[in-house]
Each structure stands twice: as structure tokens, then as C-alpha cells.
Design a protein around this ligand. Structure first.
Ligand code: HEC
Ligand code: HEC
Ligand code: HEC
Ligand code: HEC
Length: 495
């Protein structure tokens, strides 16, 4: 019974050369005008209540519960109709070695629909929720209210206890209307204090509507650190943006911040014994770093929430998913070349990224095994050059953080293809330099190092956690260009 007038999408111009219909900078599709049929009280979390005023968006939002079509996306299977849970450590086995020592090395799955974000935390190996209440930051709309109610101790509250503080009716509720909207105006709004604090570091205070169509997503689709006290208790959520500005959050700055902040060293990498930080799903940082689409004025919503018909009306699709699984409906609004060709272009970009990621990942894993050897040398009475060792470790960390960054970014390079190539190229160079220095110091110490370093992946990838997860060969992404096996023979991987 909702009545509204629908405005037509404003298209600002046409790019002759590429044939791209262009949205000029800051010119978002005009928004369907709303006729409110009910008012939403302040502090209303229940999407069903919002749904009384906006039934079409509510219905579309609730569809994030539905499985996605199988086989449409090459690299981002999620909760698809095949009902298989896709294991990232089997897709990229080097990650099992690098993340060995904490939750991400035990169980790490491909993302699925927004409906499941809170529920998935109960299902996953509980080593992943060890950080405590802080894990609710990107999962429950109640996060800030809970911190207000229970004080900063909520961040480190044992996980089960923290979840029990969410009102029972909404214990399993993921991203809700109130996460992205103002209840009175329906304008887009940021609901996470942690992200507002991060944004403040970028030195920009006013945001256009088009920028907000990215920022509501960036509340969660960003990298962050969980600072720890001396007892490794979680103190909150920080974004490593010091030294960065709007549109230039560089990987270099992010790494520099993590390296110089002891509180961000959240875990100890088992193979190397190093205390290190982590990077999470950096969609916002990666996309806004001068990507072609960001420079052309696009937002996350342009590709993930295209306008669609709902009965006689037109709404923003609230069933957020991979554009490939949605038959590239969002893309063809601007790109006349057609869905099939665009899909090929997406996959070609991802193939190249995957090839480089394998090179960088296995190069870094190789350096990690050499650090393990160097750490063992003194116990065998051998002397290791500490200066060279420190340099090798430093280069190793530069490679490791870049590999984690691109591995955690959810588009396999598509959001910013050139930047993916640049970051992985540097990761390969840093890991190669680290390997060279480690070989040199090991040789000088009298340790014999074989041409191919054995990675022993079986040790890290099988029998993981309470679910006893094993390597699933059918999930593995092989190098689409066959280069990786020439550099590191399969036999050396140990799976
Ligand atoms: C993850 C963030 C997010 C969530 C959650 C969300 N929305 Fe939206 N919503 C958006 C964005 C982005 C737009 C586009 C706004 C614009 O272009 O200004 C939008 C637009 C709308 C509009 C304007 C009309 C339209 O369709 O474009 C309505 C009404 C709306 N949402 C209702 C809801 C309701 C009801 C819920 C909960 C059931 C909800 N939204 C949940 C992000 C969200
Ligand atoms: C409150 C935090 C939060 C917000 C806000 C949010 N996301 Fe998500 N998003 C998540 C989490 C967490 C997952 C993974 C859920 C899981 O696997 O259980 C996810 C998954 C996804 C997926 C994968 C869906 C699938 O079917 O596999 C897409 C695409 C996505 N988000 C895009 C967006 C976009 C675009 C926006 C902004 C309009 C947005 N998200 C806003 C937290 C959020
Ligand atoms: C120009 C279009 C475009 C823009 C803009 C865009 N994305 Fe994407 N996104 C894609 C494509 C294409 C993929 C790859 C999907 C695949 O491989 O199945 C993707 C993948 C994803 C995924 C993984 C989906 C899955 O099924 O696992 C998430 C999450 C995501 N994007 C979030 C975002 C966020 C957040 C933003 C803004 C910071 C954003 N995207 C901006 C096109 C876009
Ligand atoms: C709102 C309009 C718009 C939408 C939606 C859009 N694009 Fe684009 N796309 C552009 C513009 C503008 C350019 C830049 C053209 C130029 O500068 O030559 C571009 C460039 C590209 C390029 C070449 C540059 C690169 O980064 O590789 C590809 C490929 C591409 N788009 C694919 C997609 C896909 C796939 C989707 C959907 C997931 C999509 N686009 C959605 C407007 C859009």
C-alpha cells in the first residue's frame, strides 16, 4: 500500500571512446521519492517494524537469506544453492601456513549473505571469537548501545556472555535498516562509532549522498585492528588511517601504522614466532585508492544495490550480493557492451590477480619456513647474523601484510585491478628479497638449504579445529596461467 513517485535515473553524459555511460563525479542516481506510510520511532532496531513503512525494501533485504545461484562466480562461492561451505584455506593453501597460530588458520570461510553474519559466528570454530565482545562490531546493530550500557569492558567480555547481552529477540540479527538509515528522514547514516573515529583521521567531515552510498558499507567492509592490553585483552576497534587522507589510504601507510603500534600485534605466527598484526576485508580502502570506478564517481551501492523493479515500483536492491550472481544487472546500466563480455572482463582481471597472489603467497610462505630454520639454528650451535636477520624479517613482514590485504579483499582484484597488481608485485619483490637474505645468512651459519623449501602444508591444513577441517583439493584455485608450479613444484608444498 506504499505510494510513491519514482524519479528517473539521471545519467549525466556518455563517454564516446569506451562507450561507457558516465555518472559524473558525485552524481548519484536520483532517489525514488518516498511517501511515508508509517513513522519509525527513534531507537527502533526491528527491520519488520521499518518494513511496515517500506515493505518493498524490507522484502528485498530479507532475501539476503536465500542461497545464490551456483556456478556464476568463479572465485567467490558463498552460500550458494550447492549448499557447500567454501573454505578459503583450501582455496589458497599457503594461507594455512601463514595463519597457523590463531583462528584464521583454523577456519576461514567465504562470505555469504548479510542475513547470516551474526549466525555464522556461532557456527564457525570458536577460536575465531576469542577476541570477545569486540567481534560484534561488524555483526550486530546493537554494538554501540551495548558498549554504552556495559562500558569499555564489553570489548573483552567473553564471547558467549557478550552475545547473551543482545536482546533475545534480535540475538541473530545482522545488518539492519538502522545500521544504514536515519529513522526519521531515511537518509543514509553511519551507526558505528568506531568507523566515525576512523573517518575523522582522514580529515574530511562532510559527505555527499553519493559518498554515503559507499560509507554505509565501509562501516564493516574495512580493515581494522583490535588493540590489546598487556594481557592480550581487547580494547576496542581502530582503523589504521593515521597519515592517510580521504582517497589515499595506502597499503604503505596501513603497514607502517601496524608495524609501529605494539598494541596492534594481535597474534603470534606459529611458524616464525613473530608477533604480528592483521588486516581484514579492506574493500573501502582498496576501492577508494584511485580505482577507475572510484575516480569516475561510483559508490559501492552503484554495483551492489542497483535499482530494480518491485511490482509497479522501482527500489534499490537490498539483496546485496556478487554482481556476477546477479547477472551483472548493475553494470549493464552503464556499460553497453553486454553482460557476457563484462563477466569475461571481471574474470580475466581476477585470473591475473589470483596468479600474482599465488606467487606472492607461496613466496612469503617460503620465507616464513626459512625464518623458522634461522630460528632453529642457534639451538644447533650455529650463529646467525642478527643484522641480516632483522632485515630479512622486515622485508618478510612487508610481503606478509600485502598478501593478507589482497587475500582478505573480497573482489580478487576487481575493485581496483591496477592497485592489486602493484601491491602484489611489491609483495613478490619483498618476499624474494627476504628469501635471498635468509639463504645468505643460513649459508654463512653453515646450515644447508635445499633449492626448494619444503612447506609441509599437510601439517597446517589438515585436522583443523573442533570441526577437524581438512584440505579439499576441489576448492583449490590453481594458477590460471600455470606459472606457479614452475616456480615451486607441487611436491615441495607437501599436499
Ligand atoms: C547495508 C546498508 C543498508 C541497509 C541494511 C538497509 N538499507 Fe535501505 N538503502 C541503502 C542504500 C545505500 C540506499 C540508497 C540510498 C540513496 O541512494 O540515497 C537505500 C535506500 C533505501 C530506501 C529509499 C528507496 C530506495 O529503494 O532506494 C528505502 C525506503 C530503504 N532503503 C529502506 C530500507 C529498509 C526498510 C531497510 C531494512 C529492512 C533497509 N533499507 C536496510 C542501504 C541500506
Ligand atoms: C554491519 C556490517 C555490514 C554492513 C553495514 C555491510 N556489510 Fe556487507 N557483509 C558484512 C558481513 C559480516 C558479511 C559476511 C556475512 C557472512 O558470511 O556471514 C557481508 C557480506 C557481503 C556480501 C557477500 C554477500 C553474499 O551473498 O555472499 C556483499 C556483496 C556485501 N556484503 C556488500 C555490502 C555492501 C555493498 C554494503 C553497503 C551497501 C554492505 N555490504 C554493508 C557486513 C556488513
Ligand atoms: C564497479 C562495480 C563495483 C563497485 C563500485 C564495488 N564492487 Fe564489490 N564487487 C564487484 C564485483 C564485480 C565483484 C566480484 C564478484 C565475484 O567475483 O563474484 C565484487 C565483489 C564484492 C564482494 C564479495 C562478494 C561475494 O559474493 O563474496 C564484496 C563483499 C564487495 N564486492 C563489497 C563492495 C564494497 C563494500 C564496495 C565499496 C567500497 C564495492 N564492493 C564496490 C563490483 C563492484
Ligand atoms: C554508474 C556507471 C557504471 C557502473 C554501474 C559500472 N561501471 Fe564500469 N566503468 C564505468 C566508467 C565511467 C568507467 C571508466 C571508463 C573510462 O574512464 O574509460 C568504467 C570502467 C570499467 C572497466 C575498465 C576499467 C577497469 O577497471 O578494468 C571495466 C572492466 C568495467 N568498468 C566493468 C564493470 C563491471 C563488471 C560493472 C558491474 C559490476 C561495472 N563496470 C559497473 C562506469 C560504470
Amino acid at each position: 500500500m506504499t505510494k510513491r513517485t519514482i524519479a528517473v535515473c539521471v545519467i549525466c553524459g556518455v563517454f564516446g571512446v569506451t562507450g561507457v555511460v558516465l555518472l559524473a563525479n558525485g552524481c548519484a542516481p536520483s532517489r525514488p521519492e518516498l511517501v511515508k506510510v508509517a513513522s519509525i520511532p527513534d531507537g527502533e532496531y526491528d527491520p519488520a517494524e521499518w518494513g511496515k513503512a517500506y515493505p518493498l525494501e524490507y522484502e528485498s533485504w530479507a532475501k539476503t537469506k536465500e542461497p545464490r545461484p551456483t556456478g556464476k562466480s568463479k572465485y567467490k562461492p558463498g552460500l550458494d544453492t550447492d549448499k557447500i561451505v567454501y573454505d578459503k584455506l583450501s582455496e589458497f593453501p599457503f594461507m594455512a601456513l601463514l595463519f597457523h597460530g590463531w583462528g584464521f588458520g583454523v577456519e576461514y570461510n567465504e562470505p555469504q549473505g548479510h542475513w547470516y553474519m551474526r549466525i555464522d559466528q556461532d557456527i564457525i570454530d570458536q577460536s575465531r571469537t576469542k577476541a570477545g565482545g569486540v567481534c560484534l562490531n561488524c555483526k550486530s546493530p546493537y554494538m554501540d548501545a551495548l558498549v554504552k550500557e556495559h562500558g569499555p569492558g564489553f570489548y573483552s567480555m567473553p564471547w558467549q556472555e557478550a552475545v547473551a547481552k543482545i536482546p533475545a529477540k534480535h540475538k541473530d540479527l545482522g545488518a539492519a535498516c538502522i545500521d544504514c538509515h536515519d529513522n526519521r528522514t531515511m537518509d543514509l547514516k553511519i551507526n558505528r562509532a568506531a568507523f566515525s573515529k576512523g573517518l575523522a583521521k582522514l580529515g574530511k567531515k562532510e559527505f555527499t549522498r553519493q559518498e554515503m552510498r559507499t560509507l554505509v558499507c565501509a562501516q564493516c567492509h574495512v580493515t581494522y585492528n583490535v588493540p590489546k592490553d598487556q594481557n592480550m585483552k581487547s580494547l576496542g576497534v581502530d582503523h589504521p588511517y593515521d597519515g592517510s587522507t580521504w582517497g589515499t589510504i595506502t597499503i604503505e601507510n596501513i603497514i607502517a601504522v601496524i608495524k609501529r603500534t605494539p598494541a596492534y600485534k594481535e597474534w603470534t605466527q606459529a611458524v616464525t614466532g613473530l608477533k604480528v598484526g592483521f588486516l581484514r576485508h579492506p574493500e573501502f580502502e582498496f576501492f577508494t585508492r584511485a580505482s577507475v570506478h572510484w575516480n569516475a564517481g561510483l559508490s559501492c551501492a552503484d554495483c551492489h544495490m542497483p535499482y530494480q523493479k518491485a511490482g509497479a515500483n522501482k527500489i534499490s536492491n537490498h539483496n546485496l550480493m556478487s554482481p556476477l550472481k546477479d547477472d551483472l544487472r548493475a553494470c549493464v546500466k552503464c556499460h553497453p557492451q553486454g553482460a557476457e563480455r563484462l563477466k569475461r572482463q571481471v574474470i580475466e582481471t581476477q585470473d591475473r590477480t589470483v596468479s600474482l597472489l599465488l606467487r606472492a603467497g607461496y613466496g612469503t610462505a617460503t620465507a616464513a619456513k626459512l625464518i623458522e630454520l634461522a630460528n632453529a639454528a642457534p639451538r644447533q650451535g650455529k650463529t646467525v647474523d642478527q643484522g641480516l636477520y632483522a632485515q630479512a624479517v622486515d622485508f618478510y613482514l612487508e610481503a606478509l601484510y600485502r598478501v593478507i590485504f589482497i587475500g582478505a579483499e573480497n573482489s580478487l582484484g576487481f575493485h581496483n585491478p591496477m592497485e592489486a597488481g602493484r601491491i602484489l608485485g611489491d609483495a613478490i619483490a619483498f618476499s624474494a628479497k627476504s628469501e635471498a637474505l635468509l639463504r645468505q645468512l643460513l649459508a654463512a651459519a653453515g646450515v644447508t638449504v635445499p633449492a626448494n623449501i619444503m612447506l609441509d602444508l599437510t601439517k597446517y591444513i589438515n585436522n583443523r579445529g573442533t570441526h577437524r577441517k581438512n584440505f579439499r583439493k576441489e576448492f583449490e584455485f590453481a594458477d590460471p596461467f600455470g606459472i606457479q608450479e614452475r616456480i615451486l613444484p607441487r611436491a615441495a608444498r607437501g599436499i
